[in-house]
Design a binder for this molecule. Structure first.
Ligand code: ZN
Length: 299
């Protein structure tokens, strides 16, 4: 019994010594940590932030064009947000028709003129019927027939821009495409005092770069909803059938006012029948700017 007690006592003493040793360890570690921290504050810390401040100071005082040091370049690195790509521009709208909710409206459009043969005949028919239409004019044709441009405006029709020389815009640089449009704008404005708000690309097609160029010129791109294919010699009854089939309220009808005379005689004959036929259906004839709620001319 005594032996057992003595043995237990030894075990207890050994355990107490071990615990004391364990307690002594933190007591030794603490001053070491304090010393290490004090050393960092006194010796290391002053250098790090100063290096950054010096770099900024030298950046501010660096003369323009001076070669940046490596440190400065590192500081100048733009924030991550600067690398985020800009959102794409909204797609450029191409108008094919007006709004059906505006009622039974239709816009007659005549491209490629003016000329001295078909254009005056078309103007006579429109005048006799008290109809305002829209003429998408080619710049060099305007230059050749300025009186016709003035007559179109005087009789209350709208004018759109249809390029200077009717090239396929797909084969032009954006710069050349812009020049085709701007030269025509200038010519029309010089002749008739209006600067069109509408552009219709020759053959109706434009890639995105050129669409953006038209938007930069503050113009609307206008195609059509009904192509009479009058330029291809479609007969007057077929033009009427085609319009009957494809026209709906807000529609824009494509015809021509310059080109081969034989073909345009069909255009003229068809127009004389088309006007009463559409009136009978309840259609009102409006210009494209009116149909699309756009101004007639750029201010
Ligand atoms: Zn054309």
């Amino acid at each position: 019994m005594l032996m057992e007690q003595a043995s237990n006592e030894r075990k207890r003493m050994t355990q107490m010594r071990r615990t004391r040793k364990k307690r002594r360890l933190p007591r030794l570690l603490l001053p070491l940590i304090v010393l290490a921290f004090a050393g960092w504050v006194v010796i290391v810390r002053p250098f790090a932030p100063h290096a950054e401040r010096n770099a900024l100071a030298s950046d501010a005082s660096r003369p323009a064009g001076g070669a940046p040091s490596e440190t400065v370049a590192a500081v100048e690195k733009p924030p991550a947000t600067a690398n985020v790509p800009k959102p794409p521009l909204a797609p450029v709208k191409v108008y094919y028709n007006g709004l059906a909710k505006d009622g039974k409206q239709v816009a007659l459009t005549f491209d490629d003129g003016p000329d001295g043969v078909a254009t005056p005949k078309i103007l006579d028919i429109l005048k006799a019927n008290h109809i305002k239409a829209t003429f998408f004019i080619v710049g060099k044709q305007a230059k050749a027939h300025p009186d016709m441009v003035r007559r179109i405006v005087k009789e209350g029709h709208a004018i759109g821009n249809h390029s200077w020389s009717h090239p396929d815009f797909g084969s032009l640089s954006t710069q050349d495409a812009k020049k085709q449009i701007e030269d025509t704008q200038d010519e029309i404005e010089a002749i008739a005092g209006v600067r069109p708000t509408l552009f219709r690309p020759p053959y109706g097609a434009l890639n995105d770069d050129k669409k953006a160029a038209v938007r930069d010129l503050d113009m609307a791109i206008v195609d059509w909803s009904v192509d009479t294919r009058d330029w291809a010699g479609t007969t007057p009854p077929n033009i009427l059938k085609l319009v009957n089939k494809e026209l709906y309220p807000g529609g824009i009808i494509l015809q021509h006012c310059a080109g081969e005379q034989e073909h345009l005689s069909n255009t003229i004959a068809a127009l004389k029948q088309l006007i009463p036929a559409l009136r009978k259906q309840g259609y009102a004839f409006v210009t494209v700017p009116k149909l699309l709620h756009l101004p007639d001319s750029q201010s």
